[in-house]
Ligand binder design. Structure first.
Ligand code: BTN
Length: 296
């Protein structure tokens, strides 16, 4: 542990109250100057820290998203790659996977400049949202067909426990609250052509968490929502990401399709099916054991 990460930990643990630089220096067995340098370096990294010569330092905003705050909440066997901004965490995760980085790992970004959605769409990724991609070895994915459905249910349950509100799933990978989408999932795979089958899976998850609604284009507001648009969330972004990552890894070896079916609000409804540029009306009858939608 470096002085910087220790100072960060003290600041976060003091819940927005001032802590004296002298007391921190004494606890860490370092000089006050080292503590001051660590604070300056944290400010340069973007942490909002208030300092007063008389009373010390305090963290102005406790919802800090960084490698350290994610690590504080996440199982130590899961690797973390953190970016303040990147085009797409799925792209970074695939690069790392191809380089042979040890799995499981997660790539997290505070915002994305080129967030990708399904079917070649873009995914709006302003600050306040949770954007992360989990990379698993193909060996840890018992059923490739079910990766997206399993991740959808794991994230739905995690968000439900945070918000204490009912989360619905629109087959196959969209999570809804009060009729509006707040989460999308994009799964990509790396195939091993020699051995055949899935080498690595990248599960990219985007959650509109504490994004002000003004951050979204006007035309999206009738279909998209944010869980805490005023920023008053009950759990930090780091905590929610860590809980989702662990839930997605955990669900892989479980039976869960019946629970998924119960949450899937399109079953028993008429809908439009898009296939190869063709759009036709159909009735959503069931979800089969491979997670496929059965229509008539
Ligand atoms: C969709 O709704 O069509 C899927 C959206 C998936 C967005 C997430 S955000 C993290 C990861 N990185 C991306 O570029 N996309 C996924």
């Amino acid at each position: 542990m470096s002085v910087k990460s220790d100072v960060l930990r003290f600041l976060l643990e003091s819940n927005g109250e001032y802590i004296s630089g002298e007391a921190v220096a004494e606890k860490l067995g370092v000089s006050r100057m080292s503590v001051c340098k660590a604070v300056q370096s944290l400010i340069a990294d973007g942490y909002e820290i208030e300092s007063s010569k008389r009373i010390g330092y305090r963290m102005k905003c406790l919802d800090v998203l960084s490698e350290e705050t994610i690590r504080g909440n996440l199982d130590e066997n899961i690797g973390i790659y953190f970016y303040k901004e990147t085009d797409s965490t799925n792209n970074r995760a695939k690069e790392l996977a191809i380089k042979g980085e040890r799995t499981p790992f997660v790539v997290v970004a505070e915002r994305q400049s080129g967030g990708k959605g399904r079917l070649g769409r873009s995914f709006s990724s302003p600050k306040g949202g949770l954007y992360f991609s989990i990379c698993l070895s193909g060996k840890d994915v018992p059923d490739v067909d079910l990766i997206t459905t399993s991740a959808s249910l794991a994230v739905a349950k995690t968000i439900e426990s945070v918000t204490e509100r009912d989360v619905g799933i629109k087959w196959v990978n969209d999570l809804y609250l009060d009729g509006k989408k707040f989460t999308g999932i994009l799964t990509e795979g790396i195939v091993n052509l020699e051995e055949g089958g899935l080498d690595k899976a990248v599960i990219g998850i985007g959650i509109n968490y504490s994004v002000p609604l003004s951050s979204y284009p006007e035309e999206l507001l009738s279909i998209v929502t944010s869980l805490y648009p005023d920023g008053k969330a009950p759990a930090t972004r780091a905590e929610v990401i860590a809980r989702c990552v662990e839930a997605v890894i955990d669900i892989q070896n479980k039976e869960y399709l019946d629970e998924y079916r119960k949450r899937c609000f399109i079953l028993g409804k008429n809908l439009f099916v898009l296939r190869a540029g063709d759009k036709r009306e159909a009735f959503a009858k069931a979800i089969d054991d491979k997670g496929h939608l059965v229509v008539s």
